[in-house]
Design a binder for this molecule. Sequence first.
Ligand code: NAP
Length: 248
Amino acid sequence: MLFKDKVAIVTGGSRGIGRSLVLMLAEEGADVAFTYAKSVQEAEALSAQVKQSGRRALALQMDAADFDKAKELIEEVKAGLGRLDLLVNNAGIIKDKALMMMTKEDWLSVIDTNLNGTFNVTRNAIVTFLKQKSGAIVNITSVSGVAGMSRQTNYAASKAGIIGFTKSLAREVAPYNIRVNAVAPGFIETDMLAGLKEEFKEELKKRIPLSRLGRVEDVAGAVKFLLSDAAGFITGQTIIVDGGLFIQ
Ligand code: NAP
């Protein structure tokens, strides 16, 4: 077990990639706290599943954009689960539109959830990591933040911001034995892709060298590696998990 008796936080754990991260961490022996926005039933079911596997779970309903709630999250995790070792900033939303149609609200809500949400939890967790001189952080960005994508100026800006945040923080906290990396998924089959037409998905598969869309487990595999000691000399990096779509 890679993370036996460690304590991890996953933001946006109730569905999709976050859910698979929670299950992966529990399978590898960690106790897991996760946040979610609205999916109460899914969160309860996931907590029960983690507990059945013999690990502790803590589910917290909070808006990623809320700094004070992020502070409470860290306090609750330390009080309830006793420590904090691993953090995955995963909560994210899209509000895709051509820029000329994008409202200020479309712009701000995406930046607030994705980029400010990453700041909010990390800012509150970093104090613990600095004090204990250990910790590993993985931020979920996107190929959109690396290559850009039409109708995603808000999302791409938030995700490119996360990459800059990751690189800067990695340099800042490396002397304290804290590693900070990012994973940039390509097209992964979750609710986030629900708006894509089947024909578009088929076209996409033809353009992806590995000829399929990604699975949540593909992302969890990269996160597992980056959080583990196997990645002990890796910090400030972004691993792209996209089946080769954006090979550079
Ligand atoms: P998803 O299936 O839509 O799940 C999003 C998760 O984030 C849910 O748990 C949701 O909670 C939570 N969340 C949304 N807004 C939140 C908020 N304001 N505060 C707290 N939690 C919030 O999305 P996904 O596809 O798993 O995406 C996960 C991450 O991967 C995101 O950062 C996304 O940008 C990134 N990503 C995804 C893809 C893809 O193709 N799927 C590609 C590149 C990057 P509720 O269930 O309560 O709504």
